[in-house]
Design a protein around this ligand. Structure first.
Ligand code: FMN
Ligand code: SF4
Length: 543
């Protein structure tokens, strides 16, 4: 087969043509004195010729060495691939992690636009996994209720009446200052709670006075000593602030359980450093484990300390369930110390993050429903479910999502990405690059401008209000008075083409006190035997 000389081969031809045109233009420019007409094209082709030459001699990108200039088209297409898919190819039910339909309902509710759908469902109701809520023959009138739940057990002197739908933990640092401001103003107007995330209780959280859940992660930001350990004095001072309604010890989150985090030195600006209580321009590390405790018993003592220092505010912890025996070890520690958290937030594996390794986002941690059901039953099994409230998070954006997890044991729900959509997030998924197109997750001042605080605060408020109204309609349609009345028998799932099971069958419940009495339930029997209040590590299994 005849081979063309290298410069004429298809992969080089564009570069060759650019070089030839540049040479002709240069000749014209020098010898024909038509500088005005030739100057601009010469500049354009000259730049292209330089880029092509750099492509050819650089050593980092193999494709560029073999396809000088033309390979850039591939990079550009790669860059805009999510947008192309989203704008031209996605159907209503497509799109991950949130389908177009799910995003649309948030946008519509946030903008107070029409949120109804014509013609009938687009879901295949005969496909495996389809789920539905049973309605009542005698629906109740729809109430205009804020739907609140009181959090705080007997050891708490300042119980908090929380909305059943709140803003999940997202730090200043992961989110822009304007995003934090808009969320907090929305929370204040709608009387719901805004979780700080582990990045500290910043000035942007404080500016507008919306209710705060202060999350304490392993970096103890805003309450740490120089060496990164927990500082009781700093915590006490900030936690006593009236705006802080609850304190949440973060053990893990679903998108990256067991993984710490580093905010690179370049992103640790003076204001982030101030908010976190760290040095500016130095890597800001969140270790993967806490230094304030290392056993379940010590963890309970730490929770008691946080509650005391906060002046008796509801204090709990957030986790994505991992080894079952570790959570049961915490349960044993509760029983042994008689120290009980006021609440536990269960985050599902499906939860979001600013940035995490793929292996962690895809394969570590228990999905929300299994985790929630496990924790709910474990607390029933040690007879303390009535004094500990459960929050749930993981892809909860619609009223149906809320109702479904409340049926499985949640007392309230949190949403992170739902509220990001209300802020204008378009799911472009470049949060980790600092190039967020909507100003939600960037520290770049010019990009942050895109997020106009009063406008987006209004949308945060609207989204919450409209979702609660939709929830009220579901509650009424099911013949109930309050979403806390949703129970497993109210929901069904298609598990094959011919079979349907109720949640009550799919998620069987333990009897009160069953674990203490010695349960034979397969989900609990072995991990309970492996759990020790003295250590998180599993006890050896009896032969
Ligand atoms: C941008 C971003 C930042 C987050 N930061 C934190 C954090 O600081 N602490 C935490 O516990 N969870 C954090 N999360 C997890 C959320 O709080 C929540 O648990 C999880 O995203 C599930 O909710 P979603 O599916 O509604 O997003 C973050 C999530 C996102 C999307
Ligand atoms: S618009 Fe894109 S980059 Fe910005 S928050 Fe949403 S997903 Fe992240």
């Amino acid at each position: 087969m005849r081979r063309w000389p290298l410069p004429l081969q298809p992969r080089f031809i564009v570069y060759t043509v650019v070089l030839v045109i540049t040479a002709i233009l240069l000749f014209e420019y020098i010898f024909e004195f038509t500088s005005f007409l030739v100057g601009i094209p010469l500049l354009v082709f000259g730049i292209l010729a330089i880029i092509g030459t750099i492509d050819l001699i650089q050593t980092r990108h193999a494709v560029l060495r073999n396809y000088p200039l033309t390979a850039h088209i591939r990079f550009i297409l790669e860059e805009i691939r999510p947008e192309i898919r989203q704008y031209f190819l996605e159907s209503e039910k497509d799109g991950t992690p949130f389908s177009r339909d799910k995003r649309a309902i948030v946008y519509q509710r946030a903008k107070q636009a029409l949120d109804k759908r014509p013609f009938g469902t687009q879901s295949d109701v005969y496909s495996t996994g389809f789920e539905w809520l049973h309605h009542s023959i005698a629906p109740k009138p729809v109430v205009r209720e804020p739907f609140r739940v009181v959090v705080g057990g007997p050891d708490c002197s300042k119980p908090y009446s929380a909305s059943v739908f709140n803003i999940s933990a997202m730090s200043f640092g992961a989110l822009s200052p304007n995003a934090i401001r808009a969320l907090n103003i929305g929370a204040k107007r709608g009387n719901f709670a805004h979780d700080t995330g582990e990045g500290g209780y910043s000035s942007y959280h404080r500016e507008n006075g919306g209710d705060i859940i202060w999350e304490i992660g392993s970096g103890y930001f805003s309450c740490r000593n120089v060496d990164g350990t927990f500082c009781p004095g700093k915590f006490e001072e900030a936690a006593q602030c009236d705006q802080v309604k609850m304190v949440e010890l973060k053990l893990s989150q679903g998108a990256k359980p067991g993984h710490g985090g580093v905010l690179p030195a370049a992103k640790v600006s003076a204001e982030i450093a101030l908010a976190r209580g760290v040095l500016a321009g130095v890597d800001c590390v969140s270790p993967s484990r806490h230094s304030a405790f290392s056993t379940p018993l010590e963890m309970m003592e730490f929770i008691a300390t946080l509650r005391r220092l906060s002046g008796g505010k509801p204090t709990g912890f957030k986790l994505c369930v991992g080894h079952p025996w570790e959570f049961l070890a915490v349960c044993k520690a509760m029983v042994e110390t008689q120290i009980y958290p006021d609440f536990i937030v269960i985050d599902g594996k499906e939860g979001g993050t600013g940035a995490a390794p793929l292996e962690f986002t895809d394969h570590l941690g228990m999905p929300l429903r299994e985790g929630l059901n496990f924790v709910h039953n474990a607390l029933i099994g040690i007879n303390v479910r009535n004094r500990i409230k459960l929050g749930a998070s993981g892809k909860i954006v619609s009223a149906f999502d809320i109702a479904r997890v409340m049926a499985l044991g949640a007392d309230w729900c949190n949403s992170a990405r739902g509220f990001m959509f209300a802020l204008g997030c378009i799911q472009s998924q470049s949060c980790h690059t600092d190039r967020c197109p909507t100003g939600v997750t960037t520290q770049d001042r010019w990009r942050q401008r895109a997020l106009v605080v009063p406008d987006k605060a209004e949308r945060v408020f609207n989204f919450h209000r409209a979702t609660i109204e939709a929830l009220a309609e579901l509650v009424g349609a099911a013949g109930l008075d309050h979403p806390t009345e949703f129970a497993p028998e109210h929901f069904s799932r298609r598990i094959s083409a011919h079979e349907v099971q109720s949640f009550a069958e799919l998620y069987p419940s333990l009897a009160p006190g069953e674990l203490l009495a010695g349960s034979g339930d397969k989900r609990f029997e072995i991990p309970w035997a492996m759990a020790s209040a003295k250590e998180f590590r599993a006890l050896p299994r009896a032969a």
